[in-house]
Design a protein around this ligand. Structure first.
Ligand code: NAD
Length: 491
């Protein structure tokens, strides 16, 4: 039997520059999704602990040196955080793979470097920022200052824990704010290190606090109502976003939401299938399909339907599903039992709705030591009815639906016929069509003949029920700063 477990980690809270235990000694456990072995005992933040963390962040904001520090000094410390992360890259990538069940090479090659880059990017970006002047006439001069807002609650999901948390923490810190972070209860490991890494980088105590716990009636909810929190930056499910918006309303906190998605991946008959098929496979099954940007609705023009389905099926069946710690693995398990049950329920729904199963639809054959893992084969359906639940609801697993279409108008209609609007993908060699579709699909990001290519200066976020606000470059800074107008009488 292969041993995947090295030790059970104890994960504490990080408040005001030190690791502390849950004030009521409450803990919960986290399992390796590939085996169900317990891998961590996590201290759960009580209301008193959340209060302690928020008060520490408030004190560090009001009286600490952080927001008054020259931007070059602050940025240098944030860059140092990124360096430490990269020095610990292998350890952190192993943890991420263990906690989430994602293949280690993806964590090592892509996510941890990107997490570090999220910090260096915003440290550098902040150093380039200025303000505006508005000379009215000879008598008055107006100018702007971009000042930090205060204390940010950063609440993140389990699919890309460190990458999504640093995507918020980078601009939050660079602008001079302080933070209370809460990762998802399923995946606390890598994010739990951010406090100690910040401290080692010379960031003052209280600026970066990390608490652990659940959402509703727990740590997450306490953060979103806490009077010391000025803003909530949240990534997660659309339904959770609605709840947070309501609870943040009483104290009028500003909110930034990155929510669910159900991206249309539109393949026209003139597409280069040599590129469209492998990229669509990645878009469908990377991280076991647990990606908000996943191309989970594949709209294929009917004239190439058979050819596309054949190639796509062949490529999906070639994916190696297995142990996330094995470097040859392409796809690991789903993150938790609860999520496995949710994703699996769609197999039944697909059957009831009359979808045609093309591939997958069951547990894969795996070595004995993975028998308890939350595994599902890459699963493909063809469904003619775009209104079917598998075409409308975010499954967030390795389950994709191919929807045939005949004309460009029809493709556009199907693409927009969803409550989500995070992103879309278009495959065509026709330049005019690429632009037409890009203009008319109601989604925050459109990728043409590519997927998940990111320039961190560009806006990222969703239309419709996929979010509120944008992240990236100046768009993140808009959220994390107050713009102030100063008007000087010159005479
Ligand atoms: P989730 O909404 O269940 O949980 C996300 C976080 O919110 C967790 O830390 C959770 O503990 C916390 N939370 C839950 N209820 C809360 C409450 N009432 N108050 C405060 N905090 C609360 O989401 P998830 O299942 O962890 O993640 C999957 C979802 O995230 C999918 O819908 C996916 O599309 C979305 N997502 C979106 C993006 C994006 O950029 N748009 C990126 C990644 C994931």
């Amino acid at each position: 039997m292969k041993q995947t477990l090295t030790k059970v980690r104890e994960i504490k809270l990080f408040i005001n520059g030190e690791y502390v235990e849950s004030s009521e000694n409450k803990t919960f456990t986290v399992k390796n999704p590939a085996t169900q072995e317990v891998i961590a005992t996590v201290h759960e933040a009580t209301k008193a602990d959340v209060d302690r963390a928020c008060r520490a962040a408030r004190a560090a904001f009001e009286s600490g040196p952080w927001r008054m520090m020259p931007v070059s000094e602050r940025s240098a410390k944030i860059r140092r955080m990124a360096e430490i992360m990269m020095e610990r890259r292998e350890e952190i990538a192993r943890m991420e793979a263990l906690d989430v069940g994602k293949p280690y090479p993806i964590a090592y090659e892509r996510e941890i470097p990107r997490a570090a880059y999220n910090l260096t990017f915003f440290a550098d970006f902040m150093e380039q920022q200025g303000g505006e002047t508005f000379p009215m006439d000879e008598e008055y001069l107006n100018y702007t200052r971009y000042e930090p807002v205060g204390v940010a609650a950063l609440i993140t999901p389990w699919n890309l824990p460190l990458m999504l948390t640093t995507w918020k923490l980078g601009p939050c810190l660079a602008a001079g704010n302080t933070a209370v972070i809460k990762p998802a209860e399923h995946t606390p490991m890598t994010v739990s290190l951010l406090g100690e890494i910040a401290k080692e980088a010379g960031i003052p105590d209280g600026v970066v606090n990390v608490i652990q716990g659940f959402g509703a009636n727990s740590a997450g909810a306490y953060m979103t109502t806490h009077p010391d929190v000025d803003m909530v930056s949240f990534t997660g499910e659309t339904t959770t976003g609605k709840t947070i918006m309501k609870s943040a309303a009483d104290s009028l906190k500003r909110v930034s939401f990155e929510l669910g998605g159900k991206a249309a991946n539109i393949v026209f008959e003139d597409a280069n299938l040599e590129k469209a098929v492998p990229t669509s496979i990645t878009a469908a099954f990377m991280n076991s399909g647990q990606v908000c940007l996943a191309g989970s609705r594949i709209l294929v023009q009917r004239s190439i339907l058979d050819a596309f389905v054949e190639k796509f099926k062949e490529a999906a069946n070639a994916l190696k599903v297995g142990d996330p710690q094995d470097s040859k693995t392409n796809m690991g398990p789903l993150v938790s039992d609860e999520h496995y049950q949710k994703v699996s329920s769609y197999l039944e729904i697909a059957k009831e709705e009359g979808a045609t199963l093309v591939a997958g639809g069951k547990r894969p054959e795996l070595p004995g030591y993975l028998k308890d893992g939350y595994y599902l084969e890459p699963t493909i359906y063809v469904q003619e009815n775009p209104q079917a639940r598998i075409c409308q609801e975010e499954i967030f697993g390795p389950v994709v639906t191919i929807i045939p279409f005949d004309t460009e108008e029809e493709a556009l209609e199907i693409a927009n016929d969803t409550e989500y609007g995070l992103n879309a993908v278009v495959w065509t060699d026709n330049l005019q069509r690429a632009h037409r579709i890009s203009h008319h699909v109601r989604a925050g990001t459109i990728w043409v003949n590519c997927w998940f290519v990111r320039d961190l200066r560009a806006p990222f976020g969703g239309m419709k029920k996929s979010g509120i606000g944008r992240e990236g470059g100046k768009f993140s800074l808009e959220f994390f700063t107050e713009s102030k107008n100063i008007c000087i009488a010159l005479k």
